[in-house]
Design a protein around this ligand. Sequence first.
Ligand SMILES: Cc1ncc(COP(=O)(O)O)c(C=O)c1O
Length: 377
Amino acid sequence: MSDQTHLRIPGPVPVPHKVLMASASPMINHRGKQFKEKLPAVLERLKYVFQTKNTVLALTGSGTAAMEAAVANLVNPGDPVLVLVGGTFGQRWANICNAYQGKVYKLEFPWGQGVEPQLVRDFLLKHPEIKIVFATHNESSTGVLNDIEAIGRIIRETQALFVVDAVSSLGGVMIQTDKWGIDIVCTASQKCLMVPPGLAFLSVSQRAKERMLEVKSPRFYLDLKVYEDMLAKGEPPYTPNLANFFAIEESLKLIEAEGLNQIFARHILMRDMIRIGLEAIGLTLLVEEQWASPTVTAVRLDLMNVDEFIKELRDHYGVEVAGGQGKLAGKIFRIGHMGHTNPLEMLTTLAAIESCLGRYGQAVAAAEKLWIKRSSQ
Ligand SMILES: Cc1ncc(COP(=O)(O)O)c(C=O)c1O
């Protein structure tokens, strides 16, 4: 098998050629004139993808760095916070809040189902002391897309701040930071933004900035006030991942040229092709249509050992999918369809899966039919 696998995991995702080339640019002085223009310009352009007028900051680190920064800057020891958990990434919020000694309340939802906004309302009515609600937009461990707009509407009826992990959705799925009232949105470079891993981004509202001034939790590298103050001078506080800055300039060009609406439609089409194809060959999807993520699809595999299937798919077909995490380990496999991917690649992915399972033709035919139908609409 060639060393070029088809990466169909929920990130990192394939990086477009121009973006990769840009990431190989010669290094520059991160305190020099060129970067003083580049840093604010990139963060300003990212506001389009975040759909926000709030400040956008960059950290050198992965998505979890942005998540930890949100907690370190907003949560004092003993602060009551609510975490909405339906998979490993929701649980990660709870783990980070525990590490910062918040008083953590969890509302748990079955893995494979979305957050029920009404239950959030009921909880917040009973617990008006909650200071912050943490949620996951796209729960990558299950392939569930949560209704952040509806949850945001409820949170705005209270005094609580709203913090959202959009690591596997921002740039592929609609998220309207300002309209939906989200105080901090966290994301990372290696998913829908189509850049190698190594940069994390956050948008920060005025309310969140005000709260940060009152929070005493220890922080240094992740102190967001320092990033904001330095940004006013066009500089990062510490040496940033310059290669990824060159890369994201190119990927933003691609995003701006395609346009967010077209990008969202492409992701929904890819999701629907994968779902219709898998069902056509008799596989069971973990998530019902109403919660189905446009960027990750989880599939049950009852008749075969999942790890063996994943290995076979990789070794014989060069298609790399991901296994289950946490309590879904060994029960599901997950297909990533985000960022630099297109409908044709959904057909090849389905063809490999059905061939690997010894079931031929129906998945591709069903998905292709859907693709043609959508293209002619
Ligand atoms: C929804 C979600 N949140 C957080 C993360 C953590 O990001 P990272 O691995 O970049 O730290 C991931 C990574 O897969 C994710 O999918």
